[in-house]
Design a protein around this ligand. Sequence first.
Ligand SMILES: [Cu+2]
Length: 293
Amino acid sequence: MPMEQTGSRETRLRRITSRLAAGMAAGLAAMAAAAPAAADVINVPQPWQMGMMPPHSEMAQNMVSFHNGLLWVITIITVFVGALLLICIFRFNEKKNPNPSRTSHNTMLEVAWTVIPILILVGIAIPSFRLLREQVIIPEPDIVVKVTGHSWYWEYEYPEDQGGFSFISAMLERDEAEAIGQPYLLAVDNEMVVPVGANVAVQVTAQGVLHAFALPSFGVKMDAVPGRLNETWFRAEREGIYFGQCSELCGAGHAFMPIAVRVVSEEAYAEWLDEARAMFASVDDERQVAASD
Ligand SMILES: [Cu+2]
């Protein structure tokens, strides 16, 4: 009996070990297969993540620093006001302080509680307006891309001098996204492609309903309004694939119109332009048929 038990335990162990080894081998193979695409992906959301998405442009970096600085200001003010309230409640309640002071004016104090908040607000306003200026005043663009929000997908248009084509970018289904090692609900079939280190001016509009073009890694969020052309810009500092989402509650497909930007080297961009020109120049008619379905 004990022999038999040992025997079966050994068999079981061996079976588990071999299964584990096979599983690990399969896992490694899957990782190796997924690695090339997955390695390009930057800033994939993780469960229970907190704070801002890691910045990957100077603008986004400045925005995150400003946000973190403000958090300190807010915290100090809240703690200070909270402490004053607690002192009032515990030190000056009716029991502890039955004969309250009759003072109704104190010029110094009144000047102080007016001037100090003004100084704090001006201190916040200066870096805030500097940041707004950086966003609003678009530097000399190296490339221009027109982005149109549709219900519910994005369309990217590269003007005549850069390619003269447009294409539709639609979300991939779960199995398609997994097959290329990209996150479902963010991966798309045709990414917007831009060269690294270039000033990219983005013209944003929409057809039908409001959308918003948002790319947190680059500090970009711009309303896409039908009949209006808004403009924003970004400069990506690192190659890779970046994701964003429509940030205007636009309807039933709002969660299913992700934004994906592939940042590549100058040479790779030139190559892509050639390929894209050949590929998308001829699909215009097909697309119109598909869109009217
Ligand atoms: Cu939308």
